[in-house]
Design a protein around this ligand. Sequence first.
Ligand SMILES: Cc1cc2nc3c(=O)[nH]c(=O)nc-3n(C[C@H](O)[C@H](O)[C@H](O)COP(=O)(O)O)c2cc1C
Length: 100
Amino acid sequence: MDLLWNDRRTRQFVTNVGLITSAGALGPNIMAAEWTHHISYSPSLIAANIRGHNATAQNIKESKEFGVSIAAENQNVICSIAGKYKGIHVDKISVLTIYQ
Ligand SMILES: Cc1cc2nc3c(=O)[nH]c(=O)nc-3n(C[C@H](O)[C@H](O)[C@H](O)COP(=O)(O)O)c2cc1C
């Protein structure tokens, strides 16, 4: 199938969703990142593409560390909350702790 540049159908592709955890001035945080890929076995490397203005990106720049989990099929609600709300506005970890 030929898809033109910026064809919205590319947004329908099935992907995994990475859950990126981090900590910083605002406390612990979680975001959804479908642009999370295993890119090498040896050395073992994972690439996560995170927009620079996100709270997650700010946390990682400060702490130089983060966690990566690949969401299971039944964790779609976690992905939606982690991906819809911004850590600068919402304490997503507390919300999800109550949800669990
Ligand atoms: C399913 C899903 C996948 C997402 N994938 C990405 C991604 O790969 N990279 C990214 O920068 N944002 C992605 N987002 C958007 C961020 O999760 C969203 O902007 C989030 O609010 C950022 O959280 P933070 O500001 O607390 O860091 C995705 C959102 C959803 C719902």
